[in-house]
Design a protein around this ligand. Structure first.
Ligand SMILES: CC(C)(COP(=O)(O)OP(=O)(O)OC[C@H]1O[C@@H](n2cnc3c(N)ncnc32)[C@H](O)[C@@H]1OP(=O)(O)O)[C@@H](O)C(=O)NCCC(=O)NCCS
Length: 201
């Protein structure tokens, strides 16, 4: 049986854990942030905190089917972002991945790519998914670099609602080739800095 502590996925800079109520304030701030919304090809949330909390509680109580969300924390427990997989298809054996590092102090320092690799490892270990894919804006170079570091490759181009997206995918086999390299990087030096301050690569 999988317990909640099994759901904590530890890395060297970050750990992934199930979403919880305490995340609501950060999630609300990030959802209202115009730059973060633009990077995700969406509009900033215009709900009041009370309205946002109401939908938030519902999702925590009854998560959407085929959608699994994790908080991204530094090793000392600072909530810096979220990641998830969704649209999990048993038939097509695939799922889509999404990620947000909401705290800009942690951009470009390897936190995002480590979270992506940890989530990929978890998906391929615990499901029968054969392929994980995502869409990212064609000008979001930081995101594309981060995804590439975890084995994603460009598979196509899509237009939706006036936005140009790149479709990136990683197959189970491609991940398995990447995984030993990633596991070795986790073992290369013990733990991370526990100061809570963003550390360089
Ligand atoms: C996208 C995101 C998850 C990446 O996480 P991150 O921790 O910032 O990224 P990483 O440091 O792991 O990797 C980013 C890489 O891109 C590189 N990079 C960043 N901007 C770049 C640019 N303009 N040109 C070239 N390389 C760039 C970084 O140097 C780094 O590569 P390196 O490790 O080889 O030096 C995070 O920045 C984020 O959540 N941003 C806001 C929301 C978003 O864009 N979400 C993705 C939607 S699909």
């Amino acid at each position: 049986m999988i317990t909640m502590s099994d759901m904590v996925i530890p890395g060297k800079k970050v750990k992934l854990r199930p979403k919880e109520w305490g995340d609501v304030q950060h999630d609300y701030e990030w959802a209202r942030d115009p730059e973060l919304a633009r990077l995700d090809a969406t509009l900033p949330v215009s709900l009041t905190l009370a309205e946002y909390i109401s939908g938030y509680g519902e999702e925590l109580r009854r998560p959407s089917q085929g959608r699994y969300r994790f908080a991204i924390e530094t090793l000392d427990g600072q909530h810096i972002g979220n990641c998830m997989y969704y649209d999990l298809s048993e038939v097509n054996k695939q799922a889509e991945l999404g990620i947000l590092i909401g705290d800009r102090a942690f951009w470009d320092k390897g936190y995002g790519s480590e979270a992506i690799c940890l989530l990929l490892g978890y998906i391929f270990r615990t499901t029968n998914v054969q392929k994980v894919y995502l869409h990212t804006l064609d000008w979001n170079i930081r995101a594309q670099h981060g995804f590439r570091k975890c084995g994603f490759v460009i598979e196509g181009y899509r237009q939706r609602d006036g936005f140009n997206f790149i479709l990136m995918e990683v197959t189970r086999q491609q991940w398995e080739e990447k995984e030993s390299q990633f596991s070795a990087s986790l073992e290369s030096s013990p733990g991370g800095d526990n100061s809570g301050q963003p550390q360089g690569k």
